[in-house]
Design a protein around this ligand. Structure first.
Ligand SMILES: Nc1nc2c(ncn2[C@@H]2O[C@H](COP(=O)(O)OP(=O)(O)OP(=O)(O)O)[C@@H](O)[C@H]2O)c(=O)[nH]1
Ligand SMILES: [Mg+2]
Length: 486
């Protein structure tokens, strides 16, 4: 995404639309959501945008479509008076207006906001559907009609409790070629596509170009989802196979050694997850997201916190099987091949392990060592995690993160005060709680294949798991769209 000055006429075949409207109605928010650019300045105070800026959507280095953010109308009634008195060539009305007023500060904002339209951009007129239609709005709409340019109106409801959509729609019929409700603070991918579909109808000449734009958006979306699936599968596999170990001798305090290993183990797993989250966030072009995770989200809790397991809907039995979260979810391996452990040390370690933890003897360790290399001396190892529930935790957290990311339009800036809807609250339980027995079987087989002792991996299990992740991502995207409907 880049910003540059306005496109000149005949600027290739890249369609361009100027987003116009009253101050503070959400023009910049709409541009931000449409272009997936969360760096555009949005403010609760009117007059934030004072000059036009063009934002170009690029896909694979190609310019696809441009949206021009503009300052709001300041003096619509006086402007309309001039438009009504204009007697020249209708096709040049905007050029003439700008020529006549370019050095008049009274009309400075109007001259600025008309400039992209005078140069050939189509018009997207934004109104706030949560307030009634006023005379100034009617003046603005009449001005836009008199420009004769292809134009579409969108209703961006700023406050959900008041809805004047019907009144706006009634007025729009007389002034615009198309009308859509498009909420910059809830619109997801599919809503953006529907918005582009509507734009197609405002001018036949732009239709072929807009069909290409929609195709490019759809291909890009598919690509992002494929990559998201790859990042998630890769991170899960890395986490499930990860372990840390350390050599031990008579001077090593096993309790401290185990604690240190646990700390390192957990840190590494958190890092794997963080990196995967970062990749997903970047894929969906969120730069500002980190600070905005909703407070109620399970992702606010540590990967290893009992609360996480609780929130994701593990049953009492599953929790019991998981045992103590620190010791119990990790395998601890002691290699006794060279020296054997002193009885005292063995008990000490045994005492700090939680229920369900895996304790493996030296013989097994030797078998598992890569290329049969024996690890000399006693070794203490933490990980890999031997609990199938851990896979569900990792998967759920990845899916929840993905769901947060794709449900958050780039124009939305109020996440701190964001109140979750009922659908969001229901999402609290992990997605895995709703999996079919067949899907669970795929997970179990995959888990066995990555954590099992076979040297040759079951490739089919990994593929089936990746396909499952892809399906779950698609389901979430579709679900988000339904929830996103205003
Ligand atoms: N809740 C909610 N707030 C919105 C929505 N759209 C815009 N806002 C808020 O309304 C305020 C104005 O939004 P902007 O996008 O800056 O409006 P603008 O039309 O560009 O304003 P100017 O540049 O000043 O003309 C900001 O505080 C936005 O966060 C919406 O759909 N829902
Ligand atoms: Mg603005």
């Amino acid at each position: 995404m880049t910003s540059d000055r306005m496109a000149a006429p005949g600027h290739g075949t890249v369609p361009e639309f100027a987003v116009l409207g009253h101050p503070n109605e959400g023009k910049s928010s709409v541009v931000s959501t449409l272009t997936e650019d969360d760096q555009i300045r949005v403010s609760p105070f009117p007059g934030e945008t004072t000059v036009c800026r063009t934002y170009t959507v690029k896909i694979d280095g190609r310019d696809i479509i441009r949206f021009v953010d503009t300052p709001g109308f300041q003096v619509p009634r006086q402007t309309l008076a001039w438009f009504r008195s204009y007697e020249g060539d209708a096709g040049h009305i905007l050029d003439r207006f700008i020529q006549a007023h370019k050095s008049d500060p009274f009309f400075a904002d109007e001259c600025e906001l008309f400039a992209p339209v005078a140069r050939g951009a189509g018009i997207i007129y934004v109104v706030n559907g949560s307030r009634p239609v006023r005379n100034d709005d009617l003046a603005e709409m009449e001005i836009l009609r008199l420009t004769g340019r292809p134009r579409m109106a969108i209703i961006n409801a700023k406050h959900m409790e008041k809805d004047y959509t019907r009144a706006w729609r009634q007025e729009f019929g007389r002034y615009f070629n198309a009308v859509r409700v498009f909420n910059s603070n809830t619109a997801g991918f599919y809503e953006r596509i529907r918005m582009l579909e509507s734009l197609k109808s405002i001018d036949q000449e732009w239709e072929p170009a807009l069909i290409r734009v929609i195709q490019a958006f759809e291909q890009e979306w598919e690509k992002r989802n494929r990559l998201a699936c790859a990042y998630i599968s890769h991170a899960i596999e890395k986490s499930l196979t990860f372990s840390v170990s350390t050599g031990m001798d008579d001077t090593t305090d096993p309790v401290t050694a185990k604690e240190n290993l646990s700390t390192t183990y957990k840190k590494n797993l958190r890092d794997i997850e963080k990196t995967m989250f970062h990749h997903i966030r970047s894929l969906f072009k969120h730069k500002e997201y980190e600070v905005h995770l909703p407070e109620y989200s399970v992702l606010q809790h540590d990967l290893f916190a009992r609360k996480t397991w609780d929130l994701l809907g593990l049953t009492g039995t599953q929790l019991a099987a998981a045992g103590a979260l620190v010791g119990g979810t990790m395998g601890v391996m002691i290699d006794t091949a060279a020296h054997g452990l002193s009885f005292g040390m063995f008990t000490a370690i045994g005492g700090i392990l939680g229920a369900g933890s895996a304790m493996m003897g030296g013989r097994r360790m030797a078998e598992q060592s890569p290329a049969g290399i024996r690890l000399g001396g006693d070794r203490l190892q933490v990980g890999p995690n031997k609990n199938l529930q851990f896979l569900y935790i990792l998967l759920d957290r990845a899916l929840i993160y993905y769901a947060h990311i794709i449900a958050r339009p780039h124009g939305r800036r109020d996440m701190k005060n964001f109140q979750p809807g009922q659908a969001d609250k229901e999402k609290k339980l992990g997605f895995s709680t709703r999996m079919t027995p067949g899907q669970r079987q795929i997970c179990a087989r995959y888990f066995k294949s990555v954590t099992g002792r076979k040297l040759v991996r079951d490739k089919k299990a990994a593929l089936a798991f990746a396909v499952l992740v892809q399906t779950l991502l698609e389901d979430i995207a579709k679900q988000t769209d339904k929830n996103g409907q205003p």
